[in-house]
Design a protein around this ligand. Structure first.
Ligand SMILES: [Zn+2]
Ligand SMILES: [Zn+2]
Length: 166
């Protein structure tokens, strides 16, 4: 026995997505909206929202934090902006319950990197000690400019700016 649609109590659901049941129309609107998600966003299918008036649309902001959250399977705190699968869209929400990696600690793969102004973030992909160049850190991030998930050098691409959180 299928549950009723989360938005249309009189209709039977045809799918469960992000733990919520949706009717045929909701599924159609949901997948249509996902076609307009920015190409740098990964994953795309969940990066949509339904307004109180019933209009489904692609989300515009938060793709970088969203990508990191999916990689770490991090869920958004209650009552904060999230994708349909419950991953946070704001850097601040992603960093809740995490602490800055202090100067004495070693940055390691899987740490979250956040740009100085908090507008962009990514994940530490690799850390190595180069005999001449010193510490080399690569960051994987959803690059809006290039429309892909890219791996870039922390010092040359990001000018060594920002902070790391674990
Ligand atoms: Zn519905
Ligand atoms: Zn998502």
């Amino acid at each position: 026995m299928r549950r009723a649609c989360a938005h249309h109590p009189s209709r039977k659901s045809v799918e469960d997505y992000g733990d919520r049941p949706y009717c045929q129309e909701c599924r159609h609107q949901r997948t249509e909206a996902a076609r307009y998600v920015d190409r740098s966003t990964t994953p795309r299918e969940c990066f949509v929202a339904r307004s109180p008036s019933g209009h489904w649309s692609a989300l515009r902001e938060g793709g970088a934090a969203h990508w990191v959250a999916h990689e770490l399977s991090a869920k958004a705190p209650p009552a904060t902006p999230a994708c349909l699968l419950g991953c946070p869209l704001r850097v601040d929400d992603l960093l809740r319950n995490r602490r800055e990696v202090s100067a004495g600690m070693r940055i390691s793969r899987g740490d979250i990197w956040v740009d100085l102004d908090g507008s962009h973030c990514g994940l530490v992909d690799g850390v190595r000690h180069h005999p001449e160049k010193g510490l080399q850190i690569t960051i994987r991030h959803a690059s809006r400019e290039r429309g892909v998930v890219a791996t870039d050098d922390f010092h040359t691409h990001f000018m060594g700016r920002g902070a790391f959180y674990r």
